[in-house]
Ligand binder design. Structure first.
Ligand code: ARG
Ligand code: ASP
Length: 655
């Protein structure tokens, strides 16, 4: 349909087109849509090299690692690289006072020394295919939405059953793309004997800690090494000492040629979640309400934890993992809020919506952006209460403990929790109307003269704690969450049309589906960026920078003495450590292989730059950068710190 654009809009679109070049997370099975663009930008392989169901392709060297990271195969004996922060909890579980692998690192000298990790799985994608027609088979336009959903579920269940009939570790899922405009079947093979092979000391693998997290210049050696084991038939098997290293269909060659400014790169991995096509009201809520409120609440919690962590080394160890997980999103949201404002995302989206509506007049999309605005107006107060529950009362460990007799008290320090209780109960009470609070909460509140008295009573009296915890939990589970879910479903349904409308409105644009933890390809090139006026960040960091940050007094920057000694020998000043590129990535892409034009491994993705974290909502090619660990630094650490260069024997190197 040809429609009239305003001149301004036309200029706007033209101005945007070339800039947007590196935006996108593409489905490997549909990569032929992008292959021309990729090749024009330097890619030297074909679509079949990236994804094929008939022959081994690069997809066969990539796995979903655990429940939310990516990993890649680097040898024909099942050797796998991922991030240190992705392997962290497994490394932690093997650590004890006698051998602290988190602190000192771990290197299996032989395969017999590799450590099993019950519960850890990796998933290979066998195939993905568009099953939209099959999923909607039997659909009639007079069906209600409930009937439609039931039909989709029934058809999808059947497809999944057929796809996994063989057993042998096959798993399948049917995922809605573009808010349900398209359905894809994903068939995986899941391996469940995955062993720890190596990890650097945290002073390397977590170098820079929370201080450097989301930041550039970065010098974190964020990697760990695992090996996949299989039964004698190379198929998935439960852990057994008789299992053998898995022989992958494909493993990555490691390039030692290095990266330089402008080089083509691509990331192959499992991005978790993005919302690139949402309404301005959704963005406004995130920018003006959700992000600032959650940031403030987390600032309070982090300060309370930090106060006690600074006083005691033991508490610091107990709370470091909790602190890191609270701090990670906290810091990301700050970058996101700033980025949204700086890019004027709300007014830009409003302008887009106005142009969309002008175009949509008389079509079935007419008025849809207004309907979305209304849906958000209805949802937002409830959603705010929902988020408040999650960020305040549901974070109080005393209350979790009252509900869960198996609560892990090993990493619990009550003085922190007492302060968090008082602060979070007060914040919750102040922010939300009483109609969002269960009766038991209001009763207990009335019983005590102050929040301090209330706190002391709750910490002294199990029954009181349990009553409060149960009431809050019940309200959250039975009232708030279902209501929010229902409103969100209505919103998703409207997006199904709005998405289609956007695709018709911008006919010449190739859309990519929002991330949903399915395998994607993002491509771009090595490039620095300008975080602020008069600053240009170079895209490559080196060991010299680690020495500049090194400080035995600062926990995050206290490197192992061995590394100081090696550096002092000379010759390692320019050892590359991390690099920046323009690949569009998000949470879940951690551990993803970063590959060069020939499809060889040059790095491992692990983060993004702070100024660009709004890329989950809008990608600004000027400033959105992914941060990768240079594979040559991994090799350097394996050899110089781990003395584990015997692992090189099973890797394939290319220049
Ligand atoms: N920011 C990275 C990501 O979102 C790394 C997180 C882990 N590291 C940390 N210091 N908390 O996952
Ligand atoms: N650090 C993230 C992860 O763990 C990656 C990102 O958000 O860029 O997946």
């Amino acid at each position: 349909m040809i429609k009239k654009y305003s001149l301004l809009a036309a200029l706007f679109l033209c101005a945007l087109q070339p800039l947007r070049a590196d935006e996108g997370m593409w489905l490997p099975a549909l990569i032929s849509q992008r292959i021309g663009d990729m090749q024009a930008k330097g890619f030297q392989l074909t679509a079949e090299d990236l994804y094929s169901v008939n022959q081994a392709s690069l997809k066969d060297a990539v796995v979903l690692f655990g429940s939310g990271c990516t990993g890649e195969l680097v040898s024909d004996q099942g050797l796998l690289f991922t991030n240190h922060h992705c392997g962290y909890s497994f490394i932690q579980r093997h650590s004890s006072v006698e051998h602290d692998y988190l602190k000192d690192g771990f290197w299996a000298l032989t395969q017999a020394d590799e450590l099993p990790n019950p519960g850890l799985t990796v998933r290979f994608l066998e195939r993905m295919e568009d099953v939209t027609a099959l999923v909607l088979k039997g659909y009639k336009s007079k069906m209600t939405e409930e009937q439609r959903q039931a039909l989709i579920k029934k058809n999808a269940d059947k497809l999944k059953e057929q796809a996994t009939a063989e057993g042998n570790g096959l798993k399948a899922s049917v995922e809605a793309l573009y808010y349900g405009n398209q359905y894809f079947l994903f068939v995986f093979r899941e391996y469940r004997d995955v062993r720890l092979v190596g990890a650097p000391p945290s002073s390397i693998g977590k170098f820079g800690g929370e201080t450097d997290n989301w930041m550039w210049p970065r010098h974190t050696g964020d990697f760990s090494i695992f090996r996949i084991y299989a039964g004698p038939d190379n198929l998935p098997a439960d852990y057994s000492p008789d299992n053998v290293p898995y022989t992958p269909k494909k493993s990555l060659k490691i390039s030692r040629a290095g990266v330089k400014d402008g080089d083509f790169t691509f990331v192959y991995g499992c991005p978790g979640s993005t919302q690139e096509y949402i309404h301005s009201e959704a963005v406004r809520y995130i920018q003006d309400v959700s992000d600032p409120e959650k940031i403030a609440l987390r600032t309070t919690r982090l300060n309370l934890m930090k106060k006690y962590m600074d006083q005691s080394q033991a508490v610091r160890i107990q709370y470091s993992s909790k602190y890191a997980s609270v701090a990670n999103a906290w810091k990301k949201w700050q970058g996101e809020e700033k980025g949204l404002r700086k890019n004027k995302v709300v007014p830009v989206k409003q302008d887009y919506e106005a142009r969309f509506e002008e175009w949509a007049q008389g079509t079935r999309f007419d008025g849809i952006t207004g309907r979305l605005a209304q849906l958000y107006a209805a949802r937002n107060p409830l959603f705010r209460a929902y988020e408040y529950y999650r960020e305040t009362v549901l974070t109080i460990e005393r209350l979790q403990m009252a509900l869960n007799p198996r609560f892990n008290k090993k990493d619990y320090y009550q003085p922190i929790d007492e302060e968090i209780f008082a602060a979070m109960i007060s914040a919750f009470d102040k922010a939300l109307d009483d109609s969002y609070k269960p009766a038991a909460f209001l009763e207990q509140r009335a019983r005590f003269a102050s929040v301090e008295e209330w706190r002391d009573a709750v910490f002294a009296d199990d029954a009181l704690a349990k009553e409060l915890a149960e009431a809050l939990d019940k309200y959250y589970d039975e009232q708030l969450a279902p209501q929010v879910k229902q409103l969100n479903q209505a919103i998703t349904l409207t997006y199904r049309d709005y998405m289609q409308g956007q695709m018709e409105f911008e006919k010449d644009k190739t859309f990519y589906p929002d991330a949903n933890l399915t395998l994607r390809v993002a491509y771009g090139h090595v490039e620095g960026y300008r975080p602020a006026d008069a600053i240009w960040y170079q895209p490559v960091s080196t060991l010299r920078g680690i020495m500049e940050k090194d400080n035995p007094e600062i926990f995050d920057y206290n490197i192992p003495q061995t590394l100081r000694d090696i550096y002092a020998e000379g010759g390692h000043e320019n050892q590359p450590v991390c690099f920046l590129a323009t690949n569009h990535t998000t949470g879940g892409n951690s551990g993803s292989p970063v590959l060069n034009a020939q499809g060889n491994l040059i790095g491992i993705n692990f983060d993004r730059v702070w100024e660009g974290t709004m890329s989950d909502l809008v990608f600004d090619p000027e400033i959105c950068r992914n941060i990768s660990l240079d594979v040559r630094y991994i090799l350097f650490i394996i050899k110089e710190i781990g003395h584990a260069d015997y692992l090189f024997n099973e890797m394939t190197f290319v220049e």
